[in-house]
Ligand binder design. Structure first.
Ligand code: DX5
Ligand code: ZN
Length: 227
């Protein structure tokens, strides 16, 4: 399994965002997880396409994984594509026409994915799994970093992994919320290949140390090596 670590910049120091992203990638992270919140679909407000574009202009070349926690979805998709998004994932309950939104993301040149909240059933995957590049399982309720991992999501992960493998699809299975060195191995054993970690990564080390993320990324990888 090719495991990928996707630090969530929600927990980064926004006053130094370019530097934070450079440092975390230098320490070995694979993907930049970019949380977009609208104070409507979720009770918090974060960043939009301008910040994504700014990271690209700053020189970030790693994949940017845009997690849309917004409603409606479609209006903002082309803006993120222009801003340099790689993946665009959305919550099915936030779109009136899930198939259309997936097609729209694909048409703009990005990789579409669906995000499931802890209590959202997976039934739409029956009709969409072959059209998407990523399934993102929320292991906390969306809106805030630093929450506790909800264990029943491991059962969901096992279920999605079975569906992907049974259909022999090349779809990433990502998890988001409450992931750190203490549980990443167990999450990987449930079939997850891409791991979002916000507070666990950006809360590590001393702020003055440019290599502050080396040891946390290494600790996550060391756990993954034991799977
Ligand atoms: C929550 C966000 C997450 C969040 C994860 O709505 O989607 O990406 O930043 O943060 P941690 O890893 O701190 O739970
Ligand atoms: Zn997220």
């Amino acid at each position: 399994m090719n495991y990928r670590i996707a630090p969530s910049i929600l927990s980064a120091n926004f006053a130094k965002l370019g530097e934070e992203v450079d440092n975390v990638l230098k320490s070995g992270a694979d993907i930049v997880h970019f949380d977009v919140m609208d104070n409507h679909y979720v009770p918090n407000l974060t960043i939009g396409p301008l910040v994504c574009e700014a990271l690209r202009k700053h020189g970030v070349t790693a994949p940017i994984d845009v997690h849309l926690m917004v409603k409606p979805v479609d209006r903002i998709v082309p803006d993120f594509a222009k801003a340099g998004a790689s993946y665009i994932t959305f919550h099915p309950e936030a779109s009136e026409h899930i198939d259309r939104t997936i097609a729209l993301i694909r048409e703009t040149g990005c990789k579409p994915g669906l995000v499931f909240n802890p209590a959202t059933p997976l039934d739409v995957l029956e009709w969409t799994l072959d059209k998407i590049d990523m399934v993102l399982l929320m292991s906390v309720n969306p809106g805030f970093g630093g929450q506790k991992f909800i264990p029943h999501v491991l059962d969901k992960a096992r279920q999605v992994r079975k569906m992907i493998d049974a259909r022999k699809l090349d779809v990433s299975l990502e998890i988001d919320g409450g992931v750190g060195p203490a549980n990443i191995r167990e999450v990987a054993q449930a079939g997850v290949d891409t791991f979002v970690a916000g507070s666990a990564v950006f809360g590590a080390g001393r702020e003055s140390d440019p290599n502050r993320y080396d040891s946390i990324i290494a600790a996550l990888r060391a756990e993954l090596a034991k799977v």
